[in-house]
Structure formats: C-alpha cells, structure tokens
Design a protein around this ligand. Structure first.
Ligand code: M6R
Length: 605
C-alpha cells in the first residue's frame, strides 16, 4: 500500500518524482505529495485526491530541487486529506513512509509530552518527529534515523531527506519493498521496479534492516547498528512486457485483452520442449508423500485457489483445504506436517498472505508460492516459486493475473503425483493448450453482446451470482469484480445454497447472474435457475448455445460461451465476468483502473 519514489539528480527532480508517482499510483491514490531540499530548506507540496490534483498544485507552487522524496497514499490512519498526506516533515527532516507504525500511539504520547507538535493523524508522522527528537538531542543524521527506526514496531519503507544535508537521500526498509536504481544522471528509490524510467540501467533490492545513504555519485548501505552491508548493483533486465495502455482506454481493458498471450506465455514456460513434458521445479517433498494441500490467499488470488481445489481434488485426487490468509494466520488449526502449503499472490507483497506463509513455515510446512512478481518478498521467502507470468498488472481489479494463476495451477494439477511424466498425457495436454489462445482471442474480438447486457445493470444496486461446482468460485470472482469497480453490492452463492436463506432476497429488482457451463451439474443449476426465475428475478445466464436454449423460457439476458474442453472452462468463463464488470463501471462513469477506497498491493493487515 502506498508508493514511494525518491530521486537525487543533477537537475530539478520534480518531474522524475511525478513520473515515478504516476507509475506507482496503483498502490494508493487518495492523496500525494512531494518534498525537496532547496537552498537549505525543505519545501513541500501535497494534495488530497488523485495525482492530477498534486500536478495542478505544483503549477501554482512549483518546486525546484536536486533531491526529493514523493509519496502516493492509501489511507490507514487518518482520513485522506492534505494534512495526512505524505511526506511528513518538521523543519529538519521530511519522510515518506509505506507500512504501519504499530506503536505510534505510545511514541506520539512520548514525543508530545516532550513538546513535539504533530500536525496529522497518521502513524507515519511519528517517524519524522522521532528523527527530529534524536537530531535535537545532538545525534547526527544517520544515527538519528537508525535510532528512530529501531524504535518502530511494525513495517516500513522510508525515503528521508534532511534540511541540513542537501545532497544526501536516505532510504530504509523493513517489510515494505524498496529498490535503488542508478540512472545516467543520478539515483532513484522506488517501491516498484516498474516505476523507474528508461534512464535507470542498474538496480539493487534493499533488504530488511538496510539503510541506504545515497548521493548523486554513489551510495552505501549500513544496517541499523551502523555496520556496512554492501549491496551490489545488478543490470536491470526489462521484462519485455509492453507498458502503457497501448491504445486501450483503461489498463483493465488492455489487461483483459492480453489474457490469450498471458495464457500462452504461462503454459509454455512450464513445457519442456526437449522432453515434450511439463516440468515444474523440484519440490523438496516428493509429491507422493504429500497427504493434503493447504491453499492460502486473498481476494482474486483466493478464488484462483478455490478453482484449483476443485481441479486438484478431481484430477490429482488429493484433499485440499483452502483458507483466506487473514483467517488462516490467526486460526489455531492443527497443521499436518505432510501437507503442502500453497500461497497465491499477484504482488507477492500482500501482508496477510506473507504472514500466513510465516505461520505455515513455523509449523514446519513446505511452502510453494504462485507469484507474479518474482522479486517480491513472497517469492524470496517461499521454498519453491511457480511464476505466473502475467506481466505487470496495473488495473486495481485483477484480471490477467487471475488467468495466469489459473493456468499455472492447472499445470501444477496435471503434474502433481507424476501425471505429467506420462508423455502421452503431456502431449494431449499440450495440444489442447495450443487451441485455447485462439478461442480466447475470438471471444474477445466481439464484446458487443456483453456491452448490451451491461446496459441492463447500470441502475442495479444489488446482484446475485450463482454457480455450482467449479462455476461457484467463478461466481465469487465475478461478484468481486462487479463490486470493486461498479460499486454494485453483489453476493455469490453456490446455486444449491440459495434456498437455505438468500432466496429471500430475490424479487423482480434483483438481477441474478447464473454461470452454468454444460457440465454434469448443468441440470441441477437449471432447476435452481427456475426457482429464482419463479420469484421474479431477472436472470442473466452464462452458458453455451445449448444451455441457453434449454433455459430460454426463464432467461432475461444471455451471454453465449463457446464449447471448450472441461478443464479450460474456468479460464474461458472468466472473460465475460470481467468484461461485464468493466462495461457496467464504464457506463456508470467510474474510474475503472483506480476504484474508490482500494489499492493494488495490500501491504497492511
Ligand atoms: O497481490 P495479491 O494477489 O496477493 O492480492 C490479493 C488481493 O488483494 C487482490 O486479488 C484483490 O482482491 C484484487 N483487487 C481483486 O481484483
């Protein structure tokens, strides 16, 4: 949550900082701010709202400095207004912070008693005040920073500038990512590698406990005890994925349309052409010794895990438990040492999932992660990493990351317990995988029918999503998408569960979207659909032509799906759910890529 960008350069850094913030906006976008050191003073401009508000403010109050820090915020402590926006500063120091200061109340009380006056309601301001407190005691800049950071409980990534040190930028982390980048004319610090401009050619990842001292010509790293901890720059490998919107109106739409390529890139990554078989990294526990699998994740990644539960139980015959990360970490569930723990995360920085992984590790479980950002904390901390290869996902609503998670989880399922070693089966799987991108592309080439269905939903305040079997997690994912960008209250239920209570919600004002692929549960879903229809609900049915014809008498709107092999149904049927959410949100005039109250990477509990 929150994005930090900082720069020390030969020229005015304001545009570098704004460029960095623009790439980091997905991490939080309720306020933003910049501080620079100029002629022995720290100058700061902040604004509540999205980045353009800060840009407008900077037109009236331009900043000029060769060293600066910047921040884009997702509010945790204190409402999103200018006063609570970062950087937080005193006359001597300015700090941009990502993370949570858990002991901020006691620190604040102590500092206020000592006469320090706070201007915001944030936990982060305790950092600038505490550093100032140590400066006032006579410690030097480095010592004051280290001493303050040692007192902080919780997590932080910070960028810091001092009024009396106009050429030095400090960056430190514990639990929140920070990367140092070297460009032609200076150094940069960022929460995300993708925020570096073309100018940056080499980077180093700061590690927990690092404090980097950076000037225009070089940098050094110490730990909080002041001991040198050398960090080497490595060449920045660009991932080759296209950045920008590539002509699409929104990142989300672009990312939806990238999904055929993402599917292809992901499965090919796991296919060994020489052996003509799928090949996964070796697990330290042979999979025939695994009694069960525990899957843990949040949000969309959790729903990918739910789909995988159905796959693994059906095809690999292994029992699967699945948990929401924020519940798993605190439940006192007995954990089986012979269970394999799987963590799924696009960002690899989700605080709840990371804590859940630490919990599983402490219980002695082997931890596999399916992660999109391979430089993330989760990728570093897992015993085995299975990349999901979606490329950078900028839209806050996850789309292509879900498809890449499903693809790698499907390959994991097929490979589990040696299934992939069967060459014939692997060949068959490869041949069917080769067909899928074309089907996905064809589907995406004409979205007019979904756009028409979306028009029916602009005034809806509530919706139900229903599915049975593997269509149930898709209903959950569809409901999440419509909630987060269209702000329609949507609930997903297993179709068979409706009559146990939620049916009471159904009347003629309630649109009900039913996902009913032509599988062995279709007839059962059809009877649930009739139950809902007879209560007056307006039904939107997602099925094949045959399924739609069978339900014709009860359906208000149709979303026709192509015939597709059973194991790929979750991948194909996700597309209309994403598109529907997108077009409803668009029709309602919402900011599709940056929905209210949310952020892309949820690094707080
Ligand atoms: O980065 P992660 O996959 O760990 O993130 C998990 C959720 O925060 C994320 O999927 C969230 O639910 C998305 N906004 C959904 O579109």
């Amino acid at each position: 949550m929150c994005g930090i960008f900082a720069a020390v350069n030969k020229t005015n850094v304001t545009n570098n900082l704004l460029g960095g913030l623009s790439s980091l906006s997905y991490r939080g976008y309720d306020s933003a701010g910049i501080a620079v050191v100029k002629q022995g003073n720290i100058e700061r401009v902040r604004a509540s709202g999205k980045l353009h508000e800060l840009e407008n403010r900077l037109h009236s109050y331009p900043l000029d400095g060769n060293i600066g820090i910047a921040h884009t915020r997702w509010a945790t402590h204190g409402i999103p207004n200018e006063k609570n926006a970062h950087p937080h500063m005193t006359s001597r120091v300015a700090v941009a912070h990502n993370g949570i200061v858990e002991n901020y109340e006691s620190l604040r009380r102590r500092l206020e008693t000592a006469g320090y006056i706070f201007e915001s309601e944030t936990d982060s301001e305790t950092i600038s005040q505490l550093i100032t407190y140590y400066l006032d005691l006579g410690l030097n800049h480095e010592q004051s920073l280290c001493k303050a950071l040692l007192e902080i409980e919780g997590s932080y990534g910070v960028a810091v500038i001092f009024q009396e040190q106009p050429k030095t930028l400090y960056a430190a982390r514990r639990g929140s990512p920070l990367i140092l980048g070297k460009g032609d004319s200076g150094f940069y610090v960022s929460s995300d590698i993708n925020a570096f401009s073309e100018d940056v050619s080499s980077i180093t990842y700061l590690k927990d406990g690092d404090v980097a001292k950076i000037n225009r010509d070089g940098f050094s790293v110490i730990n909080l005890q002041g001991e040198k901890t050398p960090r080497l720059l490595q060449k920045l490998e660009k991932d080759g994925c296209e950045s920008g919107k590539q002509g699409y109106d929104h990142f989300m739409l672009k990312e939806i349309h990238e999904q055929p390529d993402v599917f292809e890139r992901t499965w090919r990554h796991y296919f060994n052409n020489q052996r003509q078989a799928f090949q996964l990294p070796e697990f330290s526990v042979p999979d025939n010794e695994v009694n069960s699998i525990t899957i843990v994740a949040c949000g969309t990644s959790y729903f990918a895990g739910m789909v995988a539960k159905y796959w693994l139980e059906e095809y690999a015959k292994v029992p699967v438990n699945i948990d929401i990360a924020s519940e798993f970490r605190y439940r006192k569930a007995p954990l089986d040492q012979n269970s394999l723990a799987i963590f799924i995360s696009q960002s690899g920085e989700t605080a709840d999932t990371l804590a859940a992984m630490a919990h599983a590790k402490a219980a002695g479980l082997r931890c596999i992660s399916f992660v999109n950002i391979l430089t993330s904390t989760m990728a570093m901390e897992s015993d085995t990493v299975l990349p999901t290869l979606a490329g950078p996902e900028i839209g806050v609503a996850s789309t292509k990351a879900f498809i890449s998670q499903l693809t790698s989880l499907l390959i994991f399922t097929m490979s589990f317990r040696q299934q992939a070693h069967n060459k014939h089966k692997a060949q068959q799987a490869k041949e069917s995988m080769e067909q899928i991108p074309t089907l996905l592309r064809e589907y995406l080439s004409d979205t007019s029918s979904i756009q028409n269905v979306a028009k029916l939903l602009h005034k809806a305040e509530n919706m139900l999503y229903l599915g049975r079997g593997i269509a149930y997690p898709l209903a959950e994912e569809g409901a999440l998408k419509i909630k987060e960008i269209s702000y329609i209250h949507a609930e997903a239920f297993p179709a068979g569960e409706l009559k146990h209570g939620p049916l009471a919600l159904v009347d003629e004002k309630m649109p009900v979207l039913v996902i009913a692929p032509p599988d062995d549960l279709f007839a059962k879903t059809l009877s649930n659909l009739r139950e809902v229809a007879s209560r007056g609900a307006k039904i939107i049915l997602v099925s094949t032509r045959k399924g739609l014809d069978l339900a014709r008498d009860y359906v208000h709107a149709e979303i026709e799906m192509p015939e597709i092999a059973k194991q790929f149904i979750p991948i194909m049927y996700t597309l209309p759910l994403q598109l529907l959410a997108y077009y409803v949100a668009l029709g309602k005039g919402h900011d599709v890529d940056q929905p209210r109250n949310l952020a892309k990477s949820v690094t707080v509990e």
